[in-house]
Design a protein around this ligand. Structure first.
Ligand SMILES: [Zn+2]
Length: 1238
């Protein structure tokens, strides 16, 4: 390449008379032939120039200043000279020039082709046989500088053959420190390129590095540093890593590291130590390396060394890297389970030929059925983990494919954003599918009595045909139901319960007894259902009357005390005589809580005590709660494990605390210390108790007799799902969750009971089989705890609790069989610590505020009582579920004003609003939102009345009762996600979906498709409440498909409702909404109702399980109060939608909505709201180190996180994304990476 002849500069304020410019002009004139013919002159000029630059700093500035062509002149001279002294002079000039300027000068040098010139000189010099050492030194020094700016240097060097020149030079000059250093610097740059690294490995570069690597020494530390760095870069190649392992270098690295660790007492060389760890980190990316590491006792070595570093904060990088390596090398374990299939099995009548269930069924049988309660030993099916899975990468290096593309590797392929978007323009047109023939749908007419009823034969106020869900179920023979206690853990509790006289627990008034006393700790309270069935047992009624009289004396006091309980903690409860039957007084029931007395755990400490605790009814605080009614409802609820116990929190109810619960601030180092404790298990295995406390997989579950040294666990009640509890240390427990029934995964939801605790002790709990790759537990969310003692004291409530909460990848893995082909995916640990403040308490922990199917039935029953003559409320049973539970359907509207035909006509022609919730059982927040909606709709406010007059509401409040009852997280008893069945629901396997869809199809046939359809969900990975909708236009925006402009004509009506919500509901965030149709969601309710039923306003509403990062609740965790408020605000928004539009005037509607869309949302979010990070969350000080393995990250996307969820839009300026109020905002929202839970 011939350089363009540079124009000599004498412009731009640089005095043309300056010495430098004269010299440069002379040099320029020489460029070309005279450079060769007159070497002496060129030597002189360059030498003078060098001297000037070395002595006067401004000279350099003049050469490099903008608008001059000094650099061009120098480079072109360098190219044309054949004189070695001149070359050296110029190289020295460049070296001086490029040392200053913070890389800007290097940038200029690179942009003017300097790299190529240097490489050419290097190659030609190397051909001369014995190149001058000085020349090589200068060339490499310059290349090392260039390497900082020229990312293509590695490729250029390889293509020009310069890589080998450098390697050979190193080989020949191992003792020549001065020359070695720049050569190694250049080698480090070359090695970053994978192709280079592999070829360098072949030519012996790794062995070379180990020759230079040395034990601790104060000398030549920069040489060691660059050697270590180059080695680390080389070892990124798996081929090289293998080469290093086979040469036995893993133990070499470990001993060199330990040497530096021991001798570098003042921590002056942590960069070298870190570099050595990086070598180990890269080498252990391959299985061979991990094995070599453990064989060389690497775990113990790194554990001990990093333990010594823990106290010095500046050594954090060492500790963190060590921890990463140890986690990778921690041997993969199987979960302590015989099979990861659910402990319970539900026999299906048939199984669809494909899908998850078919897959599961094709495996050898392993799960137990509810009828074969483990009389036969379980067949050992190792679906838990197998050796072939060990998270191994491919053996061959794939790096060859990336030739010349290393620059682009880090950038995300923008096309991947679009992977999941629906691009088929035909599918984007809402097309009312013919569905089923009307003859088939006619049977659904009975669910729409209001559309045909003429009310002529009715008095207006007796229209309800209320067939409450409980009526059918209560006909079943009721089985004994007991409220669970730790005592109930005793295997014989079922037979002994009827005759027990139960003693009460001690309340806070007792000083806690020392833990080591001989007497067994006082058992926690127990409630027996039989004692509540007083209304059915006449013999007890007399007894009751007497009790009633007796109790009346103190009730007024008690009631008072109860109401003030929050202020006077513990003072409201007094001891009373034991009693066996509950007492019922005007709205305030006093329960005789009895504890202890268990046949197997010694009751001498309690018998004489005889204290009784009065349990206040929460009726005044919880108008929709009724303890007795709840128990009645439980009796009619069918669970696969045939639960006979009731959890206290569901029995007492939950009164939202009046205080706010802020998001937990994450403490630096929490995750690290937890991980270190995990690693200690391997280092000090003898410290691990490994004591099994609770196990659904053994016939006598629960298995434990209390010895006072362990907590007791229970989860055998509605929505409970603990499978196993193991005490690992004195105050630390590993917990395993049960899979969804007929499934082998879906663990997120949890709900279990703990008792036998010591007061004031910090306990650590680890749920070890979580599946999602990240969790809001890393971003401020706490678990929820319910204390029975607190409830008895008048504070029946779930509170956010737990410290040191973190969520990280652990060393348990699943086999590829279990994951359906994906190789050895790891599980995650959710770890939290907490202490207990009451002795003899029974506490419950859960993922989110429970809301059981029995609670729903109770609430529906109580809603009936809220009905006034003006309200039209009908409760139907839509269908029975697979598990034999009924799925309620509600109709709510206003009664017609009169029997006049006008009023009847208005009544019938009201637009329909169709709502559903809880298709995913783990999303209990959806039920609380629904509760808010239902209570608002049934309320006495004028808004509620207007709303009822405006619309007919059709509501399926729980689409998946079986999942809820059995403690599932996501599926129904068919083992499938019901929100992926809307396209072709199976009448037998997905009855609730099938019939709900039929209702909508019926309406479509009647030309009465609902105005709004909304399915309530919960979102586990995002904050706030937000909606997903369907828009053709906004979908097309995200694709490259060309659409006729007519395609983009779209009614903006779908935006109105979320827009209103963002203005009135504090928790709602417009910025998180999206209106894109994704292919992975094509069988969800939202998309099917939009596409097939033709409902433009078809939504999924997602509520956070965590909290809010915008609006009034910013910085706080979400509670039931906020969730219920959301449900109420949803109603208010519907009313506004109606008022704004006068639903029939469509053009008017459009105008108004366009107006609305132009208005500002209620909250202008601050810049701290970041929607662009993965999972929406900003990073914090301690990296979320949830994926220790570097190899399987690509396999992380779980089924519900589509490709788009991993997207990072690359626009960290989130303000724009949040504040956008026009059509752009949805584009942004979409881009910001959604993880749809719907
Ligand atoms: Zn969901």
């Amino acid at each position: 390449m011939k350089m363009n002849k540079p124009k000599m500069a004498s412009e731009k304020g640089v005095p043309s008379t300056s010495k430098v410019h004269i010299l440069l002009a002379q040099l320029e004139r020489m460029t070309g032939d005279s450079m060769v013919t007159d070497p002496e002159a060129s030597r002189q000029i360059t030498s003078k120039l060098l001297h000037l630059i070395q002595t006067q700093e401004k000279t350099g500035r003049e050469v490099m200043s903008k608008g001059t062509s000094g650099m061009e002149v120098i480079l072109s001279s360098l190219e044309s000279t054949r004189d070695s002294q001149t070359t050296l002079n110029i190289l020295c000039i460049l070296s001086e020039l490029l040392t200053l300027g913070k890389g800007r000068r290097v940038g200029a040098f690179v942009s003017k082709g300097g790299t190529g010139v240097l490489l050419r000189i290097l190659i030609s010099a190397s051909r001369e046989g014995q190149p001058s050492e000085e020349l090589m030194l200068q060339l490499h020094s310059l290349l090392a500088k260039v390497g900082l700016k020229d990312r293509k240097l590695g490729v250029k060097a390889r293509l020009s053959g310069a890589v080998n020149v450098t390697v050979n030079l190193i080989k020949k000059n191992l003792q020549n420190i001065k020359l070695l250093l720049p050569c190694l610097q250049v080698l480090r740059v070359y090695s970053v390129n994978m192709v280079n690294a592999i070829s360098l490995g072949k030519s012996g570069a790794i062995e070379l590095m180990f020759k230079i690597l040395a034990p601790y020494s104060k000398k030549n530390t920069s040489l060691i540093k660059v050697t270590v760095d180059a080695l680390a870069a080389l070892l990124k190649s798996k081929t090289n890593a293998r080469r290093a392992v086979e040469a036995g270098y893993v133990s070499t690295l470990l001993s060199v590291y330990m040497d530096w660790h021991r001798h570098d007492t003042w921590h002056r060389h942590t960069v070298i130590r870190k570099g050595l760890l990086c070598c180990l980190r890269n080498i252990t990316n391959i299985r061979l390396g991990r094995r070599a590491f453990t064989n060389a006792d690497g775990m113990r070595i790194l554990y001990n060394s990093s333990s010594e570093c823990l106290t010095v904060r500046t050594l954090d990088p060492l500790v963190n890297t060590s921890s990463l390596i140890m986690r990778k090398c921690f041997p993969k374990n199987r979960l302590p389970l015989p099979t990861i299939k659910s402990a319970f099995h539900h026999q299906l009548t048939h199984v669809l030929p494909s899908g998850p269930v078919a897959q599961l069924y094709s495996q050898p049988p392993g799960g137990r059925t509810n009828t074969q309660l483990c009389n036969e030993p379980l067949k050992k099916v190792d679906d838990v983990v197998d050796d072939s899975d060990d998270n191994e990468d491919m053996d061959a290096d794939t790096e060859n494919d990336t030739e010349n593309e290393e620059d682009e590797k880090d950038e995300k392929d923008p096309r991947s954003l679009n992977e999941d978007i629906e691009k088929d323009i035909n599918k984007l047109h809402p097309q009312k599918s013919p569905g089923r023939p009307f003859e088939e749908l006619k049977v659904y007419e009975r669910f729409f009595v209001e559309l045909t009823e003429d009310f002529q034969g009715h008095n207006i106020d007796c229209s309800t045909t209320a067939s409450t869900t409980s009526s059918s179920s209560s006909a079943r023979p009721s089985r004994p139901v007991i409220v669970p206690t730790a005592q109930a853990l005793s295997p014989n509790h079922v037979t002994t319960q009827n005759s027990q006289v139960l003693c009460p627990p001690h309340k806070g008034r007792d000083p806690p007894s020392p833990p080591s006393t001989a007497t067994a700790p006082l058992p926690p309270p127990a409630l027996q259902l039989d004692t509540f069935r007083f209304n059915k047992e006449l013999s007890k009624k007399e007894e009751m009357q007497q009790e009633l009289l007796h109790a009346l004396e103190c009730v007024s006091v008690k009631a008072e005390a109860f109401l003030n309980a929050d202020k006077h903690k513990g003072s409201s409860i007094s001891t009373r005589k034991p009693s066996q039957s509950p007492l019922l007084l005007e709205g305030i029931a006093i329960r005789c809580m009895a504890g202890g007395g268990g046949s197997d755990c010694g009751s001498e400490g309690t018998e004489d005590e005889g204290a009784v605790l009065e349990v206040p009814d929460t009726a005044q605080l919880l108008p929709l709660h009724d303890l007795d009614l709840y128990v009645e409802m439980v009796k009619g609820t069918h669970s696969v494990p045939q639960y006979t116990e009731v959890a206290y929190p569901d029995y007492f109810g939950h009164v939202a605390p009046t205080f706010r619960e802020p998001l937990l601030e994450r403490v630096y180092g929490v995750q690290r210390s937890k991980i270190f404790q995990d690693i200690e298990r391997l280092i000090h295995p003898n410290d691990i108790l490994d004591k099994l406390l609770y196990d659904l997989d053994v016939p006598s579950c629960p298995v434990i007799e209390s010895d006072g040294e362990s907590l007791k666990f229970n989860s055998q009640f509605e929505s409970g799902n603990l499978r196993k509890a193991i005490q690992v240390r004195k105050y630390e427990y590993d917990l395993v969750l049960n899979s969804d029934i007929n499934s082998n995964h879906h663990h997120q939801w949890f709900y279990f009971e703990v008792s036998g605790m010591r007061v004031g002790t910090m306990y650590r709990f680890n749920i070890i089989n979580c599946e999602k790759s990240n969790s809001q537990f890393n971003y401020g969310m706490q678990v929820l705890m319910y204390s029975v003692q607190e409830a008895i004291s008048g504070r029946p409530r779930w509170v956010r609790t737990g410290t040191d909460i973190c969520y990280y990848k652990n060393h348990f893995a699943r086999s590829s069989i279990a994951t359906g082909g994906q190789k050895g995916k790891s599980y995650y640990t959710m770890s939290f610590s907490t202490s207990f403040s009451h002795k003899d308490d029974v506490c419950y922990f859960t993922y989110h505020y429970p809301y059981t199917y029995s609670s729903l039935k109770m609430h529906l029953f109580k809603l009936e009582a809220m009905r006034t003559p003006e309200i039209y409320l009908r409760q139907d049973v839509l269908c029975e579920t697979l598990g034999g539970n009924s799925c309620p359907l509600l109709t709510i509207t206003a009664m017609p004003e009169s029997n006049s035909s006008d009023h009847i006509c208005q009544f019938r022609n009201r637009p329909l609003i169709f709502l559903s919730a809880r298709v995913h059982p783990g999303e209990t927040n959806a039920s609380w939102v629904m509760k808010g909606t239902l209570e608002f709709l049934m309320g006495a406010s004028s808004q509620a009345a207007s709303l009822r007059e405006a619309y007919i509401f059709k509501i399926v409040p729980m689409l998946n009762p079986d999942g809820v009852v059995n403690g599932n997280d996501r599926c129904s008893l068919s083992g499938e996600d019901l929100n992926r069945q809307w396209q072709n629901p199976d009448a037998e396997l997905h009855p609730t979906i099938y019939h709900t869809k039929s209702l909508l199809q019926y309406l479509a046939h009647m030309q009465r498709a609902p105005l709004v359809f909304c399915d309530y969900h919960g979102h586990s990975r995002k904050k706030n409440v937000f909606m997903y909708g369907c828009s053709v236009k906004e979908t097309i925006w995200q694709t490259n498909i060309s659409a006729a402009s007519t395609e983009l004509q779209e009614d903006l009506g779908y935006r109105a409702l979320p827009k209103i919500l963002s203005q009135i509901a504090p928790a709602f965030s417009m910025g998180s909404c999206s209106f894109v149709v994704e292919r992975s969601k094509e069988s969800t309710a939202r998309v099917v109702v939009w596409r097939e039923i033709g409902v433009q306003r078809s939504y999924t509403m997602e509520s956070t399980v965590c909290g809010c990062d915008q609006g009034k609740y910013k910085g706080f965790q979400i509670g039931t109060r906020e969730l219920e408020e959301m449900g109420a605000q949803f109603c208010v928004a519907l009313l506004r939608l109606k008022r704004m539009t006068g639903v029939h005037n469509h053009q008017h509607l459009l105008d108004l909505e366009s107006d609305l869309i132009g208005t500002q949302p209620k909250v202008v979010s601050s810049c701290s709201t970041t929607y662009v990070m993965d999972e929406d969350e900003p990073s914090f000080l301690e990296a979320v180190d949830y994926s220790a393995e570097s190899n399987d990250e690509d396999g992380e996307a779980d089924s519900e996180a589509g490709a788009s969820s991993r997207d990072v839009s690359g626009t960290p300026d989130s303000c724009a994304a949040v504040r956008l109020s026009d059509s752009e905002s949805s584009k942004e929202a979409w881009k910001t990476g959604r993880v749809a839970n719907q």
